[in-house]
Design a binder for this molecule. Structure first.
Ligand code: AMP
Length: 399
């Protein structure tokens, strides 16, 4: 099947046309600066950049229209008619408690999605714009929504209910939802395949370390805990987000510093994490370079980042009882071998022994633990688009 995967953000659209039979990405692209005076369109055919232009992209519909023209283009295209597209898989950030699985989109699903935008006010409205545009432009092609939160809907109550007055959960749906589910699911599947363990038997700790970071405990192929929560601010240290902090700090920001909610949000979302600690950048590569120049704050930023990941790995090892694999993925996890080494210092305590030499790789699927290590350590490039395509095929085959 040919599945068009769409990841629609507020001002960008990422797309991939995937032949799912052989998991081959036929074409992909990025449309940036949607709704701004000048947009940027980059399109790859079979992995090679084949077209780049700057032009206004009025809205999401105009963006998808450009994408379709490129997919059908004589030189840059990979299909002759849009009828060759069998289905469209959309990334949707938040599915709330309602969507525990991917779902075929109809008017009822659209209504439910629109009514849950308060859960992810930055992301879901943009995802919905992409779905609406696709339904309008390609009315005969089935659309499937694949949720970032769905993989974590298997968490037990002990993991997802906060110790607040219970009404917050019951009446307002304030609970842990978790994010990056598509990535955690994809790398869990790949880890099972690589280690030759049946998927419904694998117990893994998956570390999605990118600009946003989260970690998941996967037991018998199902998520049983994860570090992101009701929103996307808690857990690990991220590029510009603080991760876990004492809520008393927020009370003090309000009462002592008289900061407004939007100032606090800006500090917690945009000025904290690696950026706030290092004062250099939110980008791991910049901080690593600064550390080489003996910048003390860069060093402490990296130490705190690694320490937080290591603590969660320890906690999740206990949650799982048995760990087959610790998996590193996303920009930092799959490329940053230096930070992987830093995180793994001390993990021998739970039976995970890193092989320092094997670990020196970037962007490749590899087992990087010592041969005799009871817990395997893996670097696995994530591929959320491929997971969305797989989910799309699965939902259609169940019809
Ligand atoms: P993502 O959000 O998954 O695109 O990841 C972005 C993060 O990956 C940034 O902090 C980058 O610095 C980091 N990253 C990308 N390449 C490398 C690399 N070769 N070494 C260390 N970190 C990297």
């Amino acid at each position: 099947m040919k599945v068009l995967v769409i990841n629609s953000g507020s001002s960008s659209i990422k797309y991939q046309l995937i032949e799912t039979e052989d998991e081959n990405c036929l074409a992909s692209g990025l449309i940036e600066r949607v709704s701004l005076p000048v947009g940027i369109i980059s399109h790859k055919k079979h992995g090679e950049l084949s077209h780049k232009e700057e032009a206004p992209v009025k809205d999401h519909q105009a963006g998808l229209d450009m994408m379709l023209k490129l997919l059908l283009h004589e030189k840059h295209g990979v299909i002759r008619s849009y009828r060759e597209i069998d289905a469209i898989g959309h990334r949707v950030v938040h599915g709330g408690e309602k969507f525990t699985h991917s779902v075929k989109i109809d008017d009822k699903v659209m209504e439910a999605l629109e009514s849950s935008t308060y859960l992810a006010p930055l992301h879901n409205p943009a995802n919905i714009l992409g779905i609406k545009a696709a339904r309008h432009l390609l009315p005969d092609i089935p659309n499937i929504a694949v949720f970032d939160t769905a993989f974590h809907q298997t968490m037990p109550k002990v993991a997802y209910v906060y110790a607040l007055p219970y009404e917050f959960y019951e009446k307002r749906g304030i609970r842990k939802y978790g994010f990056h589910g598509t990535s955690h699911q994809y790398v869990s599947l790949k880890a099972a395949e690589t280690l030759d363990i049946p998927y419904d038997k694998i117990c893994a700790i998956t570390c999605h370390l990118g600009n946003g970071c989260s970690i998941a405990a996967v037991k018998d192929g199902k998520s049983v805990d994860t570090s992101l929560g009701y929103g996307t601010m808690c857990g690990l240290v991220m590029g510009t987000r603080a991760g876990d902090i004492d809520p008393a700090i927020i009370v003090s920001m309000v009462e002592e510093l008289k900061l407004t909610p939007s100032e606090i949000k800006n500090i917690l979302y945009k000025q904290s994490g690696l950026l706030g600690l290092s004062g250099v950048s939110s980008d791991m590569r910049d901080i690593e370079k600064e550390e080489e120049k003996n910048n003390e704050r860069a060093k402490i930023a990296l130490d705190i980042f690694a320490d937080r990941v290591r603590k969660y790995i320890g906690a999740y090892a206990v949650t799982l009882g048995k760990v087959d694999a610790i998996v590193f993925t996303a920009g930092i996890g799959e490329n940053g071998w230096e930070i992987r080494e830093r995180i793994c210092r001390g993990l021998e305590a739970i039976g995970a022994h890193l092989d320092i030499e094997k670990n020196k790789i970037r962007g490749k699927l590899a087992v990087v633990s010592k041969d005799e290590s009871p817990v395997k350590i893996l670097s696995i490039p994530t591929n959320e688009e491929m997971m969305i395509a797989k989910e799309t095929v699965k939902i259609l085959s169940e019809e």
